[in-house]
Every structure is written in C-alpha cells, then in structure tokens.
Design a protein. Structure first.
Length: 150
C-alpha cells in the first residue's frame, strides 16, 4: 500500500503554501520514507514547478521532490484548514487555493508519472474530494483513499 496512515494530516493550519508543504512533508522524514532534505526539497521544487490543479468543487496540489530525497515510495494526504495560494501546474500565472495536498515520495523513476495520473483521475470526483475534506481523522481519510491510491 503506497498511502500510509502515518502520512495523513487533517486540518493543517498554515499561512502560506511553503509552510503547508513543509508541514505535510515532515512526517515522511519522521516515518523513514524520506531523507531530512525532503521537506525543503519539496518546497523548493514547488517554486520551480507548480503542482496546483483545479478539481471538481475544489483545488488540490501534488507537491513532491526528486527521488534522491526519498528512501521509500509513499503517498501522504493533508487537508488544509484555511486557504493558501499555490500556482497552477502548466500555468503558473494562475493561482489556486488547494484544500487537499497529495504529497508524493517516489523512489522509482518510472513510477512518478503513473502516480500523478492516478491522482489526476480523481479530480472529477467532487463527492470523493468533498468527503476527503470532511474527514475528521487520518483513519477516515485512509479508508476513503487507500484503494484508489494503492
């Protein structure tokens, strides 16, 4: 299973995208899925390559870093308590306000695109995304998403 309960955060409070990204990425280090460089590498990559995406009823983002910061492939999810501004993937001049961050730590070169595509396939499911935002515990969010993410 790529989605890990210990990497699910509910109601993250942050005043900007950088802090939200670092907060969502830190558990990867604590749980041994990433190197200590991972949180800052994810935040730095976001400045170069935006990961915000519009989705049904809300925006999401998929922050991630190069695999040399990763020790084991894993996916985490963080729901945000308040709006923070992200730039849109493919059009960084457009700003979005994600409610959900899907943080990716991908160790295999070929697996990153497949995981991004799997998450992008969920963008049209507004009911699923709303249920994710309404989740009040990591267990509840894990149960919603485990089979979909793998």
């Amino acid at each position: 299973m790529l989605l890990k309960k210990e990497l699910i955060l509910i109601g993250v409070e942050s005043d900007n995208a950088d802090n939200a990204i670092v907060t969502a990425a830190q558990p990867f280090v604590s749980a041994g899925y990433a190197k200590p460089t991972f949180p800052q590498a994810v935040a730095d990559r976001e400045l170069m390559y935006a990961t915000g995406l519009p989705a049904a009823g809300m925006d999401i983002a998929m922050p991630h870093a190069a695999r040399d910061h990763v020790t084991q492939t894993a996916v985490g999810i963080a729901t945000l308590k308040s709006d923070v501004t992200f730039r849109m993937m493919g059009d960084p001049s457009t700003t979005l306000h994600p409610k959900i961050l899907f943080t990716l730590a991908i160790a295999e070169a070929h697996a990153e695109l497949a995981m991004i595509q799997r998450i992008m396939a969920m963008l049209e499911d507004g009911e699923l995304l709303a249920a994710c935002c309404a989740a009040t515990t990591p267990d509840e969010l894990y149960d919603l998403m485990a089979e979909r993410i793998g």
